[in-house]
Write a protein that binds this ligand. Structure first.
Ligand code: ADP
Length: 248
């Protein structure tokens, strides 16, 4: 990380990247970009760049891991060696193993796992560029990859963090804010069901601040959810247009 900045919020109430306290980073989401995966999505969340690819439901390998009454979801979160300023070892770190588990647990409640007993669904997440909040952006992209693969789901899962910098609760922390700030609360939401499937806290907050952060993160999730749905629709509009051209 570069030198510790003096102030994370200036006199005008703006953050280092010019955002207001309740503002999301710019987002770009695309669905169905990998032809060899059953479903895929790409997200740019601020400077984060993340690819997600989903496969399945398919026969489980190794077979002994299959479950008699439901499908098994497996997730692998991985950061590319070039995703952070100093080369990261390509071997899975403890952090990546933990995040893979956290992401799987955030996604699983949205899936009708009981529809496909004995099968497996795999989600591979590749972080190409990281700038804080990659677990949240990964969940948003992975859920879209699952939807794109046609996996029956109760709802999409969308994630976003809020946290505390300089005694203020703010939305969607980027790397420097995450490291220099005093708390980070990542949250994943199934917006239609109004259910939270991930809630973590790193740092210290008062009960009031925690409530404020949770509410802010939920608001952020709802905004991203609209973009998620738009990205899914865009893919199917493109397919429809292509089919119409081919018919002509
Ligand atoms: P999240 O990405 O979900 O916020 P963390 O809080 O663990 O997860 O990480 C915060 C940020 O720290 C990451 O988004 C990334 O920018 C940075 N980071 C993580 N691992 C490394 C690493 N090995 N080297 C440099 N920066 C890293």
């Amino acid at each position: 990380m570069s030198e510790k900045p003096e102030k994370l919020i200036n006199k005008k109430g703006l953050r280092l990247d010019g955002r207001k306290t309740d503002e999301l980073r710019p987002l770009k989401i695309e669905v169905g970009i990998l032809s060899n995966a059953d479903g895929s999505a790409y997200i740019e969340h601020g400077k984060n760049k993340i690819l997600a690819a989903a496969f399945g439901p398919r026969e489980m390998h190794p077979k002994h891991l299959s479950l008699p009454d439901r499908m098994r979801l497996r997730c692998r979160y991985h950061m590319a060696s070039f995703s952070v300023p100093e080369r990261k070892s390509p071997a899975p770190s403890r952090r990546e193993v933990e995040l893979s588990k956290v992401i799987r647990e955030a996604l699983e409640p949205s899936i009708f796992v009981e529809y496909y007993p004995r099968t497996g669904v795999d989600v591979f997440i590749e972080v190409l560029q990281a700038d804080g909040g990659t677990r949240c952006a990964s969940i948003t992209a992975a859920s879209l990859a699952l939807a794109d693969a046609g996996i029956p789901m109760r709802d999409l899962v969308v994630a976003c963090a809020a946290g505390k910098i300089e005694d203020k609760v703010v939305l969607d922390l980027f790397d420097t804010e995450d490291k220099v700030g005093s708390a980070d609360v990542p949250l994943a939401l199934m917006p239609n069901l109004n259910m939270v499937s991930l809630l973590q806290m790193d740092g210290i907050l008062t009960t009031e601040e925690f409530e404020e952060a949770v509410n802010l993160a939920i608001e952020g999730c709802r905004k991203i959810y609209e973009m998620q749905k738009e990205a899914l629709k865009t893919k199917y509009m493109l397919i429809k247009e292509q089919e119409e051209v081919e018919e002509e």
